[in-house]
Ligand binder design. Structure first.
Ligand code: AVJ
Length: 322
């Protein structure tokens, strides 16, 4: 029987509290904004899975291509015995890493960390049954708050894939990378997936696809607020906007009110008004350059050891060491 443990560092009550705090501070700010983590209820997670298969959305395929080619070298260079995965999500790319660590006779333990108990339990149990000699130690937690819950065992590699680092603002990235550095011991590893700066003619359609899946994904956060906080957003009256911010080198997603509206968030006792055309920011997705990433890693105490891109140079996987 495989060893399977789940640690709960983040309960439903914690999530409810942090949603309320985020919505209260974001929707009373100017401009209004919401953190992207609230996209991912069951419907939002399914819509994101659909996004990863869209012709315009290259990051998932590009990262898979990189990991396919680099997994062997990653195992050889790191000698990692424990793979920690932040925001475990879909496990397909994880399995490339698990397989290669396993084939090299290294893999002892897999530690997925995710805010969603149900997503984590599914990922953890499917890995546990497919790798019977590997200990699976899931952590329900938030990667910006609970890295200290990662078990202190030797020879770890933390994988943070998919380009999710791009969701963090520069100051949040600094804090996050320092906390990774603090969590790891000298010699241990960070494997980081990051989307690269490129022509906005490629970037914008990746976040504004022809089939309208990303638009539904973006509006989904309003369904989440309606259900979880008793809000009365008229979701279809918000239009999806994706634009390239050239100064900050990031894609931004916004929701634009098609007309003036009053919105009540019952559980917060909050009454809001939207002007016609008013935009609320729902996500930033920062794009990186090799040197900038190396500098940010270095500033956090992490040394860049390997850097791979896909054939077309769209996406990068960086391997850094404490
Ligand atoms: C999951 C954060 C990497 O920023 O590309 C996809 C989320 N948003 N389409 C990204 C997303 C719109 C995605 N990350």
């Amino acid at each position: 029987m495989p060893q399977l443990v789940l640690d709960l560092h983040h309960t439903e009550a914690d999530a409810a509290r942090s949603l309320r705090a985020d919505v209260l501070s974001g929707l009373t700010a100017t401009p209004k904004w919401l953190p992207p983590k609230w996209f991912y209820d069951a419907r939002g997670s399914a819509l994101f899975e659909d996004i990863t298969r869209l012709p315009e959305y290259y990051p998932t395929r590009a990262e898979r291509e990189i990991l396919d080619g680099a997994a062997d070298e990653i195992a050889r260079v790191t000698g990692a015995e424990t793979l920690v995965e932040l925001g475990s999500g879909s496990s397909e790319k994880t399995r490339l890493l698990l397989d290669s660590l396993h084939n090299h006779g290294l893999l002892k333990r897999f530690v997925p960390l995710d805010v969603s108990t149900s997503a984590l339990a599914m990922a953890a149990s499917s890995i546990a049954s497919d790798y019977p000699d590997v200990e699976v130690h899931g952590v329900v937690g938030d990667f910006t708050a609970h890295l200290d819950a990662i078990p202190a065992v030797p020879n770890r590699m933390i994988a943070f894939l998919g380009g999710t680092i791009g969701n963090l603002a520069p100051e949040e990235r600094t804090v996050f990378l320092r906390s990774v550095r603090e969590t790891l011991e000298p010699g241990e590893w960070l494997l980081l997936g990051a989307d690269l700066v490129k022509d906005p003619a490629v970037l914008v359609p990746a976040y504004d696809d022809a089939a309208g899946v990303t638009a539904e994904f973006n509006r989904n956060v309003l369904h989440v607020l309606n259900r979880e906080l008793g809000a009365d957003f008229d979701v279809e009256r918000f239009e999806h906007v994706a634009r390239w911010n050239a100064e900050q080198e990031r894609i931004e997603m916004w929701l634009r009110a098609r007309q003036a509206m009053a919105v009540t968030i019952a559980e917060l006792g909050l009454n809001l008004s939207f002007a016609e055309g008013e935009e609320m920011r729902t996500e930033i997705s920062s794009k990186f350059r090799r040197q900038g990433l190396a500098d940010e890693l270095y500033a956090a105490g992490l040394a860049l050891r390997r850097f791979w891109t896909d054939e077309q140079g769209r996406f990068a996987v960086a391997l850094a060491q404490v």
